[in-house]
Design a protein around this ligand. Structure first.
Ligand code: GDP
Length: 367
């Protein structure tokens, strides 16, 4: 029997292999007369959105579909991994639809950081990346910070139209939508569907009180993140859970910092300077002389320099070296998905190393 089965909730093709993929249902449920995927099942019965990821092609098709809708796009990024979670092409796909930019996980930034300053930074960076957002909001979906404000903004900008929430995996999109479900809907049937032109995919949505709906679009996997090279047990070290405590290093040229075995930062040239490291609090930082750094890494990756530990170090791709001549004070050197090091002084030359495939770049300091 080759007939494809479809979820009665969202229309996705039912499959029983990939738990995180679209249309997943446990094999036992195929016996039933009407089949509903696990994601719709959870939404219907527990009013809870579950994360789901897509291939790049499917995601592009969905993005294309967005341009043909009339609604408000809510784009979620992770403030801790802003560039890595950005979704570069989005603004070209959304057509005339307004985009509300929401930066999640603000609880990870040090409490001393002024939110207005971060919002201004986000506006500037978004613009530089080609997006003219109608507004920018900072939230912590997890802690509930800023949620009332963002819900109000959604109401204002959607103008009775549908809402489409987009973001790459792990930005906290499900946590965000689950908050909205809790605040915006009561009991009762939660699922609505909307067909996306050019895809076989129907979106599942949460009804809003005027007949419009808020749609959860599947998250795209971001291939540039460190996360892909780590074991699940080690991932918990690199993803910060709590407010980051920045660590300041006063360095002379000729000194090197290692972040586990995951990144290396050489101070090559310049006056004595301060470098502020913004990474998960539990990640070990090791300081050494630049002239000893190669040898240390060769002999101690996986033990003294960990994570990854010896059991997983072979999975880590080789380091690629990126040299930067930094002209302006307060410049972040970003290791995609891991964090960043703020160079506090002007006119220094540094080299940043990260596993092949992980992006490294500089930007004006976020905080
Ligand atoms: P999705 O893949 O975008 O749907 O993301 P999830 O909602 O599944 O969240 C991904 C991870 O980020 C989980 O470990 C969440 O606990 C975490 N997370 C979500 N929102 C926040 C937040 O506001 N602050 C922090 N620190 N973590 C969050």
């Amino acid at each position: 029997m080759n007939e494809t089965l479809q979820c009665v909730g969202c229309g996705a093709e039912i499959q029983t292999e990939d738990k995180n993929g679209l249309g997943y249902a446990p094999a036992s449920s195929l016996e039933k007369e009407t089949i509903i995927c696990q994601r719709c099942f959870r939404l219907k019965n527990y009013n809870e959105i579950q994360p789901v990821s897509l291939t790049d092609d499917d995601f592009l098709r969905i993005l294309n579909g967005l341009g043909q809708q009339d609604g408000l796009i809510v784009k979620i990024v992770d403030i801790f991994d802003f560039n890595g979670s950005w979704l570069p092409g989005l603004h070209r796909f959304v057509g005339k639809n307004p985009v509300l930019l929401v930066a999640n996980k603000v609880d990870l930034l040090p409490k001393s950081v002024k939110h207005n300053k971060v919002i201004n930074w986000l506006r500037r960076e978004a613009k530089a990346l080609g997006l003219n957002a109608v507004d920018v909001k900072l939230v912590s979906a997890h802690k509930g910070i800023g949620m009332a404000d963002v819900i109000e903004a959604i109401e204002e900008y959607r103008n009775d139209r549908d809402v489409y929430v987009v973001g790459c995996t792990n930005v906290g999109k499900s946590t965000f939508i689950n908050r909205i479900i809790k605040q915006a809907t009561g009991e009762g049937e939660v699922i609505t569907t909307s067909h996306f032109p050019g895809t076989t995919l129907d979106m599942i949505g949460i009804p809003l009180d005027d007949g419009a709906a808020l749609f959860d679009t599947p998250g795209i996997i971001n291939h540039h993140q460190m996360a892909h090279y780590l074991d699940a047990s080690e991932l918990k070290y690199i993803m910060p859970k709590k407010e980051i405590k920045p660590k300041v290093y006063q360095q002379n040229a000729g000194q090197t910092l290692f972040i586990g075995a995951l990144a290396r930062f050489d101070f090559i040239q310049g006056e004595r300077s301060a470098f502020t490291v913004h990474i998960a609090n539990d990640l070990p930082i090791h300081r050494t002389k630049l002239e000893k750094a190669d040898e240390l890494y060769a002999n101690h990756r996986g033990d003294l320099l960990a994570p990854p530990t010896a059991a997983h170090i072979d999975k880590l791709p080789e380091f690629v070296r990126h040299e930067f001549s930094i002209k302006d004070a307060k410049t972040d050197v970003v290791f995609s998905g891991l964090g960043w090091i703020t160079v506090q002084h002007a006119n220094v030359v540094i080299a940043a190393y990260a596993p092949k495939g992980v992006e490294v770049f500089v930007r004006p300091s976020l905080i």
